[in-house]
Design a protein around this ligand. Structure first.
Ligand code: PEP
Ligand code: MG
Length: 325
């Protein structure tokens, strides 16, 4: 069975009715990237770059970051490689960046909010990402976006860095795609406005669930409430996918939910184009995709949206899959 799972993992994921679903990996560094390819990843759906900044006393230099991005880009060759810009704060404090304890860290100075204030740190990272891009399919992604103004500001800084590189005759991929994480309820609510600003969305259901359910994902007393399969969360996913469809951009999902085989029918049914997950789960998720048709998935998703709880959603999916076998 283990060998069969490994064989499945190396093949592209295709639904029973023939729709290919790209399966990418969530990684934090070079070692993960190698493992991900061995386990059947078709690219990197999110590199959590904050790991380059943790456990040190100063921020990584442009050259240091460039070396890491280049090494991973080389491994990925022309496969997609989505680099998420620094997402510190919240549960990821970094003392030398001046991130002091906050009363509500998850509602505080984190992700893009930090980067738009610390443009020195932000621009250094953007330069490194751009310099790694020639000959590869690197895409850039901004985390924790909650307003249109933030996206425009981030894009303006990116344009500034691009123009500086052009002036210095330093090559970069001029066609590089720019996307955002949709992981804050306000972003889902105005997804139609945000969609015209970017090339893609990636749903971050770890944060989206805790914000939709008003529930700290690190507090054991309430963490179970932040269930990404709760219909309240599924409805925000649906709203986001619909806005992306109407704007003609693609939408992926890179929260833990993507690694749950029971979630797969719902996500495909809601119209998610691509999944990015912990590489260890790729074989299992590809197996789940092979078992279902898009029509079946759509029926399950529509029924799930009308249920009262995450538990009922799980029962529905389990029962629906049972009926097929
Ligand atoms: C998410 O919020 O779902 C996500 C993928 O980002 P992180 O877990 O790094 O916050
Ligand atoms: Mg997140």
């Amino acid at each position: 069975a283990k060998q069969k799972a490994l064989a499945t993992a190396q093949q592209p994921a295709i639904t029973r009715d023939g729709k290919p679903i790209p399966i990418l990996a969530n990684i934090s560094g070079i070692a993960d990237a190698k493992v991900a390819l061995n386990l059947g990843a078709e690219g990197v759906g999110v590199m959590r770059t904050e790991f380059l900044y943790l456990d040190r006393t100063i921020a990584p230099s442009e050259e240091e970051q460039l070396a890491v991005y280049q090494a991973i880009a080389q491994l990925m060759d022309t496969r997609p490689f989505i680099i998420r810009t620094l997402d510190v704060g919240g549960d990821k404090p970094v003392p030398y960046l001046g991130l002091s304890p906050e009363t509500n860290p998850f509602l505080g100075w984190r992700g893009i909010r930090f980067c738009l204030d610390r443009t020195d740190i932000f621009k250094t990272q953007l330069r490194a990402i751009l310099r790694a891009s020639p000959g590869h399919k690197i895409k850039i992604m901004f985390p924790m976006i909650s307003t249109v103004a933030e996206v425009r500001q981030a894009k303006a800084i990116l344009a500034e860095v691009q123009s500086e590189l052009r002036q210095a005759n330093i090559p970069f991929d001029e066609a590089m795609e720019v996307g955002i994480m949709v992981e804050v309820p306000s972003a889902a609510a105005i997804a139609d406005r945000l969609a015209s600003e970017v090339n893609f969305f990636s749903l971050g259901t770890n944060d989206l669930s805790q914000y939709v359910m008003a529930c700290d994902r690190t507090n054991a007393k309430v963490a179970a409430l932040a269930d990404a399969l709760h219909p309240a969360v599924l409805r925000t996913i649906q709203q986001t996918v619909q806005a992306a469809r109407e704007a003609g951009i693609w939408v992926g999902l890179c929260g833990e939910l993507a690694a749950d085989p029971l979630a797969v029918p719902i996500l495909l049914g809601l119209g998610i184009d691509e999944l990015s997950l912990n590489p260890q789960k790729i074989g299992e998720v590809k197996g789940a995709i092979a078992q279902i048709t898009i029509t079946e998935a759509q029926a399950i998703a529509q029924a799930a949206l009308k249920l009262d709880s995450a538990a009922s959603v799980r029962e529905l999916v389990a029962a629906s899959l049972g009926n097929n076998n």
